[in-house]
Design a protein around this ligand. Structure first.
Ligand SMILES: NC(=O)c1ccc[n+]([C@@H]2O[C@H](COP(=O)([O-])OP(=O)(O)OC[C@H]3O[C@@H](n4cnc5c(N)ncnc54)[C@H](OP(=O)(O)O)[C@@H]3O)[C@@H](O)[C@H]2O)c1
Length: 261
């Protein structure tokens, strides 16, 4: 039996994916950092859906921890029919405020880990494989004061778009999803609230984004933006000069500072 591997499974969006896949009767292999949160989620999914769920905590930024995750799966001869790269670290602050440690952490969690896990599932794939990666609308334009996050999300879109073409005709679907704001954590809910009307219109629930993303993956869409308002935002802002867009972004995002580790 093949498994769906979900990173960031205990997070707002990752757990929405996990619930949806469990409801559909899929076998799950869930990972995040916190083993206790993973165990609680697995127990919930077993009780609610009778799902078969395996868990393995992993520090995605550490190659040794990823190697341990791969060994765990190989020791059980697991094969994978889907990978959902949902984990992400959204450190937001001026770049000069970063330490070297945080640069490495955010880059590895957001980009290197997704690429590394993708290589692993290609080696351990079922006859049909689906790869879904969570980027962000924050990757559409360069974002002053959110520069590294924005760049890693753009890098995901580039990498997985190339892979989409490279693996065409090999029974592998590859989709990158670019969500706008989702009310997952408390700080994000407050940020959405602070955006006023735009926040109300554009924010989508993790359950909605998970469902629409899996539909896009089934159709093997190269990229997908959930929600009409976010789609329109991309189209309507395309003609505005980049320098002007970045001035607007800088004015707004220089007021926000938050960390993640
Ligand atoms: N929420 C939004 O508004 C929004 C908008 C656009 C894109 N996104 C993207 O959507 C994805 C999910 O966002 P979310 O809001 O659901 O995030 P979240 O609730 O903060 O959850 C993050 C998940 O990633 C895991 N994680 C974080 N750092 C990790 C690490 N070093 N190693 C292993 N796992 C790690 C966390 O595990 P632990 O709990 O064990 O630490 C958690 O399961 C992210 O890629 C994010 O960039 C979010």
């Amino acid at each position: 039996m093949s498994y769906t591997l979900i990173t960031g499974a205990t997070g707002g969006l990752g757990s929405a994916f996990a619930r949806l896949c469990a409801e559909r009767g899929e076998h799950l292999f869930l990972t995040a950092r916190d083993g206790q949160k993973l165990d609680r989620l697995a127990a919930e999914l077993r009780a609610a859906y009778g799902a078969e769920v395996l868990t393995c905590p992993c520090q995605l930024q550490e190659s040794a921890s990823r190697a341990a995750l791969f060994s765990f799966a190989r020791a059980r001869s697991l094969t994978f029919s889907r990978l959902i790269n949902a984990a992400g670290a959204d450190i937001q602050k001026g770049f000069c405020e970063y330490t070297q440690e945080k640069i490495v952490f955010q880059t590895r969690v957001n980009f290197e880990a997704a690429v590394s896990l993708t290589h692993f599932v290609l080696e351990t794939r079922a006859p049909q494989l689906e790869i879904l990666t969570v980027s962000s609308v924050s990757g559409i334009y360069p974002m002053p004061y959110f520069a590294l996050y924005s760049a890693t999300k753009k890098a995901l879109e580039h990498f997985f778009s190339a892979l989409h073409a490279e693996l065409r005709g090999q029974n592998v679907k590859v989709t990158t999803v670019l969500p706008g704001a989702m009310p997952t954590r408390k700080d994000i809910c407050e940020q959405i609230e602070g955006q006023g009307l735009w926040g109300k219109i554009a924010a989508k629930s993790p359950a909605y984004v998970a469902r629409k993303s899996l539909e896009a993956l089934r159709k093997n869409r190269r990229t997908f933006i959930p929600g009409l308002a976010n789609k329109l935002m991309r189209v309507l802002t395309a003609a505005i000069p980049l320098s002007l867009k970045m001035k607007f972004i800088a004015a707004r995002w220089s007021k926000i500072s938050k960390d993640a580790f």
